[in-house]
Design a protein around this ligand. Structure first.
Ligand code: PLP
Length: 373
């Protein structure tokens, strides 16, 4: 079947140009970057190249970039690593709409006061609500840059400015935002930021974190001396090269792609809302990721619609992919004030530059035929 793929927040297709850059490090340059011989030195060159590309694109220093296995590890690292180095402060402030990689990990921290700040009904956390929870006892404030379910941008810059003035470290989960925005870590003002290559046409199983020089943070994967003693384990050189080039290629066409995807997404939203099937957009209409449309279909249970879309070759998602298969309503939509029934009737469509207007027309007519047969 020829699928129409509208689930790019879950993962994206590896760019062939990225694969070409990775191939030498999966074949001839297969070395361990810790070996002292020539093949090992070739691997080090690859790792250094990847780190300098990423550092330059994020406006960071070479030494501020650490490669990880993906977004989940970066989020875990921020919470557990900061907690290890927290000194005598014991409070963390996060938003209640973080990804489960943050929320679950935060809930499991022992001896820590955890404050979760709710968003407004539009899926955006108010900066003042957030900063008013930060006090002298707070060692970490964590707010995602863009939400993975409704795509809403969060006021990370304002939060960083406030926290800096109070000496509180700030982490942002930029897993969904990276690839959609030109992120400059200095401009954003955060101390630490995580992201994952498979969200912007890079390979799966590799990510990176930016950790500002001077930030006190412990490692969470111990053993080897890799990543400047902060993250043990043989380096995934091909993955790091894949991540770096995926980001580089993404940036080269970002402005045009952003416009195309935003227009395509808006075309979809307008068509769906005009169908007279009781559909509503979840989350702020404008202040959201270009590729995200999260729609409440009050006429049908989400799982049933998703299943029927799949039969018709349309790939979408019920809230976070990680909770697909579970019938729990999305915690993000519930925090925004939706009832369990409405949260379970909401579907996330996330577009890419490969989608066409023709595909959107087909999806809209499929949805219409499912809901109004
Ligand atoms: N954080 C956010 C906001 C995400 O959307 C995801 C994945 O969907 C993750 C973290 C986890 O990233 P990874 O799949 O690379 O572990």
């Amino acid at each position: 079947m020829n699928y129409i793929y509208l689930d790019n927040a879950s993962t994206t297709k590896l760019d062939k140009k990225v694969l070409e850059k990775m191939m030498p490090y999966l074949t001839d340059n297969f070395g361990n970057a810790n070996s002292v011989h020539g093949i090992g030195r070739n691997a080090v060159k690859g790792l250094d190249e990847a780190r300098s590309i990423v550092a330059e694109l994020l406006n960071a220093d070479f030494n501020e970039i650490y490669f990880t296995s993906g977004g989940t590890e970066g989020d875990n690292w921020a919470l557990n690593g900061f907690t290890k180095a927290r000194g005598n402060k014991n409070k963390i402030v996060i938003s209640s709409i973080e990804h489960s990689a943050m929320l679950k990990t935060a809930n499991e921290l022992k001896g820590v006061e955890l404050v979760k700040v709710k968003p407004s009904a539009n899926g955006i956390v108010d900066a003042k609500d957030f900063t008013s929870a930060v006090d002298n006892n707070t060692y970490l404030a964590s707010l995602m840059l863009a939400n993975n379910e409704v795509g809403t941008f969060q006021p990370v810059k304002e939060v960083s400015e406030y926290c800096k003035s109070k000496g509180v470290s700030v982490f942002t989960d930029a897993v969904q935002a990276m690839g959609a925005l030109e992120i400059d870590v200095k401009d954003l003002g955060v101390d630490m930021l995580s992201f994952s290559a498979h969200k912007f046409n890079g390979p799966k199983g590799v990510g990176a974190v930016y950790i500002k020089n001077g930030t006190k943070i412990g490692g969470i994967i111990t053993g080897g001396h890799q990543e400047r003693e902060k993250r043990g384990g043989t380096s995934n050189v091909a993955g790091a090269i894949g991540l770096a080039y995926a980001l580089k290629f993404n940036r080269e066409t970002l402005n045009n792609d952003k416009k195309y995807i935003t227009d395509l997404r808006n075309y979809f939203i307008d068509k769906i809302l005009s169908l007279d099937i009781g559909a509503k957009l979840n989350g702020d209409r404008d202040n959201r990721l270009p590729n995200n449309a999260n729609i409440l279909f009050s006429a049908i249970v989400g799982e049933s619609l998703l299943y029927k879309l799949d039969i018709n070759g349309v790939c979408a998602s019920l809230g976070a992919a990680c909770s697909a298969g579970s019938i729990d309503p999305s915690h993000v939509l519930k925090e925004m004030g939706l009832s369990d029934v409405d949260a379970k009737s909401s579907i996330r469509f996330t577009f890419s530059k490969e989608n066409t207007y023709d595909e959107i027309d087909r999806v809209v007519s499929i949805i219409k035929s499912i809901i109004k047969p």
